[in-house]
Design a protein around this ligand. Sequence first.
Ligand code: BGC
Length: 759
Amino acid sequence: MVQAEWNVVQDAYESNNNKKYETIFTLANGYRGLRGSLEFSKIGNQGNFIAGIFDKSKSQVTEIVNCQDPLVLNIYFEDELIDFDKCLVLHFKRYLNMKEGILYLKSKIKTPKGKIINISTERYVSRENVHRWAAKYTISCENFSGNMFVENMIDGNVANNSYDPSSILKHIFIEQAYDMSPGIALISSTLEKHIKIIESSALISGSYDCIQSKFRKYRQSDDKVCELYQIPIYPNTKYEFYKLGCTYSSMDCNDIADSCKYDMASFIAYGYEKEKSDHISSMKDIWSDIDIKIDGDERAQVGIRFNLFQLSSSAYECGGRVSIAAKGLHGEGYKGHVFWDTEIFMLPFFIYTMPDIARSLLLYRYNTLNGARKNALANGYKGAQFPWESADDGLDVTPKWGLDYNGKLMRIWPGEEECHISSDITFAIWEYYRATLDKEFMLNFGAEIFFDTANFWKSKVEYNPIYDKYEIKKVIGPDEFHEHVNNNAYTNCLVKWSLKKAVYLADWVKDMDIKVFEKLCAKLNLNNNDFKQWDIIQQKMYIPCANHGKLIEEFEGYFDLADSCITRYDKNGMPLWPDLKGKNYSETQLVKQADVVMLMIMLGDEFDYESKYKSYKYYKARTMHKSSLSPSMYSIMGVILGDTRNSYKYFMKTVLTDLEDNQANTIYGFHAASAGGAWQSAVLGFGGLSVDKYMMLNFNPWIPDFWNSLSFNIIWHGSKISVKIMHDKILISSSKDVKIKVFSKEYTICSKKNYSIIK
Ligand code: BGC
């Protein structure tokens, strides 16, 4: 049965939407992502991305590799290839059952020659065994008997950037195609680093023995391999078969062909259905950690689950080998690069629901510290400067050129200037530590990142003797409309925060383990003068606000720019450009995305109500939300300040970013940061979760009138805390004893008891 609140449904077929649904229906497991291509249409952008496999060769910068496509399956009835774009589609329903993690298709078509055929499929990318994926096909014909030919194929004729003919590039060459019998295999190798990838797949009969070796033909061409089965068919009989797939790369093991052959043999022996039930039971465990229930609002319920499903599919615990790209494993947008999106937007979700994955994501930054050190050196600084865009080694891979909103070529400056990423990372480390108390991580990895980025900041800041202040010049803050600005408030405040924490951590590490401290000091060439200097800089960091009282100025000189407020919105409620009176947006006070408002959420304790209120009101009227990272922050601040009508509006924009394609770019991949923002909006916004300066967990919830309740689980200091917020009360239970505050009143929640706190 299709339970509405667990399913994302496409109930009409239009080839124009294929690319969008490929993103929405991507199935991923952190190790890899397979775009949701429909086997029965040639219109789309196939995508098979394996986390961590990057290549540069002739592209502008290193990019995620689109690997050979294992999904291809062609079905012919005599000489007619099933192609929905040439058939009459009599019935079509495709849906992603998020509870199970299975993509279903139910369809009925009429071919140009009049054959009426029912096709049902299922597909999963295993959450139990990351190397496996599989599909099931059930076919019946209503008015025809004859031959059905099923062509199981792995297609190596794939390239990156297929949406942009001018930069189409193939990052792999095919090394070998062979008959694995059972199944077929195609080995490719990346051009630059020669990372080898093997895709294999095998067709297996389902309930009726239709896949028979005596009717099999094996074929290979330059970049494709296939096996073709002939199946005699009769009307109104169901033909059922499975396609099983195994994937390995030379980043996993040495002998990829052997590993693959062995895995395929055991997958075949184990069978599609058993693997499927293992996968579903892994999904059940995942949902028991991550689910958010919204009772009373089906659209919001499906929307939030979609974000949680796809975000949790984008990562797995892999010892810090990889992180999450801005577009997940769902598309090539932003070339598979990792941004602050991970630490600031996605990480809170992982910290509070899957802390092992959060740790692995932070370890990725530790593992790429050497690249960060090289960036600092190349830019004339000391210490470690994390890249604005990161791929496999921490070197900056931000492209220098791109297209602006009018499709014109423009210089891209964030690689040089958007330096807040380094303190975004330390901020995230602290958030992780605060929620997990993982001392081992802080001692062995986190502290080193704090210290070496402090070294970077020490060399980056400029002393202004007139004001006796430290400044950071020529930067880009979160608002990318304004480049080369001085003293962006977000950047300076976070640097101040990060240096202060680095000073604190120097003492903390010394107390925890003097040997680790000494080793770190020797490795990073630190002494007491450095710690003193960090402290002086943080105390004297310039924050542009003084002239405007409580209203924080986004950067020095921002208030002098031409002012124009947003007054018109599109059909999705997104702001329309106001009349810029001949100016470029960079010459106005229009803001691309939450900047000051974000800062005030992140460092909430450091700003009073009046400052938050004034800044929120001012910037709300000027924020274009041209990035999907933006609405969630306004939603959270709306709840904090009691502007709840807007909170719901921004929340819905966030959760529906991809389902409604409200940024008009879902075809390029999933908006993973927005998904993290959706979790934050629900839990930090409506759930009112915050951590105060005494490291105490606080809840100040509010839910929309028409919701009956909002429920979620979080992990805090090793306890799993379940929260259900209703209009008159809050129900809380915890797996261990824990102290929390609800509406500023302290409670001790004893394990295994249910607490009902009346509002
Ligand atoms: C946003 C950045 C973001 C990047 C990747 C840009 O449009 O301005 O804040 O990191 O997209 O999502």
